[in-house]
Design a protein around this ligand. Sequence first.
Ligand code: SF4
Ligand code: SF4
Length: 303
Amino acid sequence: MQAKVKTSLFNKRFFRKNIWIRRVVQFFFFALIALIAVNHTLAETGQSIPFLSSASLHALCPFGGVETLYAYLTTGSFVQKIHESSFILMIISLLTALLFGPVFCGWVCPLGTVQEWFASIGRKLFKRRRYNHFIPAKIDRWLRFLRYGVLIWVLYMTATTGKLIFADVDPYFALFNFWSSEVAVGGLIVLGAILLASLFVERPWCKYACPYGAVLGLTNLVRIFSIRRTASTCRMDGACDITCPMNINVSAKSVVRDHQCISCLECTSEAHCPVAGTVTFSTARIPGKSISFAKPQIIAGEK
Ligand code: SF4
Ligand code: SF4
């Protein structure tokens, strides 16, 4: 007897809810960081938004913790402009990534969110199937290793100069400081290029250049909760592949261990996969048991 997985009305409703939860979380973090950045500028003129932090953006960036790691281990101090909070945020985002994958990228990072907003325009312009496929697959595959080069360059330059070299080209800082004199021209140029490229390729910065995405992406190899596909119930319609912003061929895998997965969960059965319980966000199946955020609906006895 073959068990069959049923797509229910409940799951269709839940699918919409799940997608919207991520959109709301992304908007929340974008608005929070934007308001703090505005407050930081206001604080310099003696004004401020009540009950809101006016911290510098450097203090809110977990990548600062990675950049200062060498200085901290060798001298016990942080690189200039880096705060303890960056270190704490780095540890939190790394621990959550080891458990759930790079959720910071898929759910929190405002630069990732802005690229997705531009992607929605690109999708309308070029239609869903064509959008995100402009770069030939062979070139794209190699380009994706570029971000490890950027990471090594940033770490090396920061370690040898003791300065926050990345700040000169940092698009995240430029995004929330384009109105201030603190922003570097290089950062504005990189930001402009990313937004333009996002009309053709989803999350170009994340795929090809982000050094922090490179760090978090490595956790995909060992994370506890992963994207898992049940081949026996998969319709092979490619819905998961089409929706994946990072162009991962989910339908060809039983477990997604791709270094580019951002744990957005768009490919799951609670989002775009049309068959309940087929693409899940779960732990490994230890004889009959696994922890999953989605329970498959099994109808015993149906063929
Ligand atoms: S890859 Fe970089 S820019 Fe993209 S979401 Fe992750 S941290 Fe943000
Ligand atoms: S494999 Fe799934 S969770 Fe990972 S990036 Fe693609 S759509 Fe998101």
